[in-house]
Design a protein around this ligand. Sequence first.
Ligand code: NG6
Ligand code: CA
Length: 494
Amino acid sequence: MANSIVGLAQKSSKINKLKPNVICIYADDLGYGDLSCYGATNIQTPNLDKLAAEGIRFTNGHATSATCTPSRFAFITGQYPWRTEGVSILPGDAALIIPTNKPTLPKLFKGAGYKTAIVGKWHLGLGDKVEKDWNGEVKPGPNEVGFDYSFIFPATADRVPTIFLENHKVLALDSNDPIQVDYTQQIGTYPTGKDHPELLKLQSSPGHGHNQTIVNGIGRIGYMSGGKLARWVDEELSSTFLTNAKSFMEQNQKSPFFLYLALTEPHVPRMPAIQFRGKSGLGLRGDAILQLDWTVGEIVKQLKALHLEQNTIIVFTSDNGPVLDDGYVDNAKETYKNHPPAGKLRGGKYSAFEGGTRVPFIIKWPAKIGPKVSPALVSQVDLLGTFASILNQPIPKEARDSKDLTKAFLGQSDRGRSEYIAQGGSLSLIKDGWKYISPSNGPAYNKLVQIETGNLATPQLYNLDDDIGEQNNLADKYPEKVKQMAALLVEMKK
Ligand code: NG6
Ligand code: CA
């Protein structure tokens, strides 16, 4: 009896050893042209270049959407975000938008015996309503959707509350100085950027807002009072996440683990640690990209130190395309000479053009895959279905948009999806090298961020194989194709 238990334990630990650890590193607003391995010549990202050189670098890898919350929703649920109402950029006090009783990517790993964690930006809401007590247990949140451990900030780096939560608790709470958050009216006595611009170390761009409560010399979106000790220092955001990620890896080195590391670079406000300042020659946004690259290098170092590198899958990607001025005067535009952040792609963050959703996408798994550049059409929404297959689990029916792309993701096939719906302002259908952008009456140009939105009142059709920059609208030339693709889009939306 005792022997057979030992035998079983040995067997299961052997199986565990065979299960790869998985680390998904998610950058925030990193563009297709932002890394030297994706063709940037005016910035060097050696750690990500190495990841790409040792793994698969996808040239047609996508986020589902051109903004954050929808892309993250899809990554976790395996569902196109526009199927669910209310999945758009969330304020910092929003309620959780992921159902707690449905399958998710972290639950899939949990079910397969993994320890799961999220470290970084969440931006999918917390609690069951907007009004919540930040000084008590804040839930449901990441722990309820499948993460054993969570160390997060709630929304974006430019939104209050500017605090960390470890599992259900805000870090460094002080009962004598309770935290309150409001997105409708000013609360408390903290100065705002609007009334006290002289207190700002980073000015907010005219017209963008970002001039409410000041935290760490930076005006934010939303009002926050209290929590003096709990407020973060932007310069430490990245190293705080890195430290937590590394200790999670260390503590769970014996069991397979899934770590979702959601970094904040190069989202605004760009305020990297002093060690990166001025190093890129491209201003604060470039310096933030160097910090991101360095952090990825440190994660790989930690894997090496724990002897886990061989059987760990690293997925690196970004939640949406790039933006230069997203609310602060950090001179990204002026300093970005010869560095188009979306590379050859048109548009960027918020856009239906390729710059909105086609992003860096790298996968490395030394035990199983060798170096390759892959043209396969793949999406973050497919990670759930693919990991289900790698873990010998069925794809849950709720993850209806997630495809098993194991062959493409492991470099055994250059064919990924045959069709894909991308969400800029309006929806696009990408199929066999063609892209149809559905008509939209919205403005063609987003003046605030100076990005072409891809909106046009009539259909657009591009041949991405010949025209990756979407310069020639072929809709008039191929009306039949437009009709077919429009009809297929309607069908797929059902
Ligand atoms: C926008 C903010 C922008 C950024 C974005 C979210 C304004 C004018 N702009 O509403 O600064 O915070 O939301 O970015 O408020 S995302 O990457 O999380 O989607
Ligand atoms: Ca983003």
